[in-house]
Design a protein around this ligand. Sequence first.
Ligand code: F6P
Length: 323
Amino acid sequence: IKRIGVLTSGGDAPGMNAAIRATVRAGFYYNLEMYGIYRGYEGMINNDIKKLESKNIAHILERGGTFLKSARSAEFRTAEGRKKAYENLQKHGIDALVVIGGDGSLTGAHLFFQEFGIPAIGLPGTIDNDLSGTDSTIGFDTACNTAIQAIDKIRDTATSHDRLFFVEVMGRDAGFIAINAGIGSAAAATLIPEKKMPIERLVERLKARTKALKQSNIVIVAEGGKSGGAAEIASKIKKLLPYYDIKVTILGHLQRGGSPSSFDRVLASKLGVAAVEGLMQGKYDVMAGIINNKIVFTPITKAIVDDKEVDEDDFRIAKILST
Ligand code: F6P
């Protein structure tokens, strides 16, 4: 391996820059040439590819977003799109890839390896934490911190006005951000896609809290919940408990931004080095992750398919602490 192309794809996540920087630095350390592919697979198709120098990655570790930019490429899902992308890589002599992104991005790397034999290693870059093969994805910790800080602020209004807030957090189909935000912000209840919570049970919980003279109520709703988002749940509760002053806040993309936490910086840095060393050792079509503080390489097909579950204990703990 002589020339590695690095790209970020899918939703941006805090720590992506730290992962790019570590990958590129590790490449330089091993005397490899490093190329930045801009806007994910779109850049590969449009030949938006530039050789990186040390100065390109100076002072990016602490910055949110991704300086390589990101995109969700529809064209890369087509065989013609991938052929164009392959031809562009050949023009630059790029013989290996590090793909930083979520399950869609890693699926792209897997397909590309299957079709053209381009060695690729994926790094788990998503706030959702919904990839197997790693305890935490890059960006998840920062997103949880951001959500909790925002909920703390909402708590002030909830308490001052005796209001009931429904706060919707991101996570796509997974409840990892929600469960952490629920435990970390003393939520009255946390609704996640993985567990059904009948509306009657939520009503009981809220009534019990009123009886216990709780000063404020914040219910966390994961965006991918089967019973709907925060607005839907709130309107159902309004009908059943009309005496509550109810407000809804959707935290949205604010959870994806900001400077990465120390945890995400360290995780991203370790994984960037692991990606380069993994490629040098012939580990292809895998995702690098950290489990129990050890670097592990998991086949991409396994990392994306084996849906990681929200820990039963976490769910139990959230319930105990909200009653
Ligand atoms: O995968 C990250 C994520 O932020 C999800 O939590 C969310 O469902 C989705 O991306 C939003 O995507 P977009 O930024 O394209 O609206």
